[in-house]
Design a protein around this ligand. Structure first.
Ligand code: ZN
Length: 197
């Protein structure tokens, strides 16, 4: 019988793969390898690339805890909040991330939930890249992100408020206004500030 590993972040149990490289996140190398497979599929198809940001953030939020960094987790939770609660596109979320800057001492310490989402990156792989289905990938990614965010909000009902406060302090209170205008990248920040005002 092949030996298996259990991912400390998402709980995914997979056969040990000698060649799977470790990543600086709370994830098993085998889980990270599946995530790399899913990401590779997204980069093959321009249409699916719009789901890449959502999968980056779902994976980040599902693998909270050391060595996943606070900035990675802050970005992931902000991304899920913007996409799932406020309908921001992947491109818009990416712009917001770039404008958030580096984590500072006052950023909240988001304590990971004890519970686990039912859906993992393995489900996304099985329904997308492994059967060559872009629609399956899209549907599974949305369900995955919603499942991960649902676990956070069920156990940490204040997480949305904390994310909002983080973004408010960065984009409104500190007066950071690197971008002006209402179209393109600036439009995403403009829309966010409107949401927070
Ligand atoms: Zn995992």
């Amino acid at each position: 019988m092949r030996r298996t590993t259990e991912c400390t972040g998402c709980g995914l149990v997979l056969p040990v793969e000698a060649g799977a490289p470790a990543i600086p996140m709370n994830a098993s190398p085998e889980c990270a390898a599946v995530y790399a497979e899913v990401s590779g599929f997204e980069f093959q198809h321009p249409v699916m690339l719009r789901y890449h940001q959502l999968s980056v953030d779902a994976y980040g939020a599902q693998h909270a805890g050391r060595p996943t960094t606070p900035i990675r987790l802050g970005y992931a939770l902000a991304g899920l909040w913007l996409a799932l609660e406020h309908g921001f596109s992947g491109d818009e979320v990416r712009v917001i991330h770039h404008s958030m800057g580096h984590a500072e001492a006052w950023w909240p310490d988001f304590e990971p939930p004890a519970g686990r989402a039912r859906i993992t990156v393995h489900d996304v792989a099985e329904q997308g890249v492994r059967i060559g289905s872009s629609t399956g990938h899209a549907t599974a990614t949305r369900a995955w992100a919603a499942d991960v965010w649902g676990v956070w909000t069920a156990e940490r009902p204040q997480v949305g408020v904390e994310v909002e406060a983080l973004l408010r302090r960065i984009f409104v209170c500190d007066g950071r206004q690197p971008l002006r205008g209402t179209v393109g990248p600036a439009g995403a920040v403009y829309r966010l500030v409107g949401l927070l005002d």
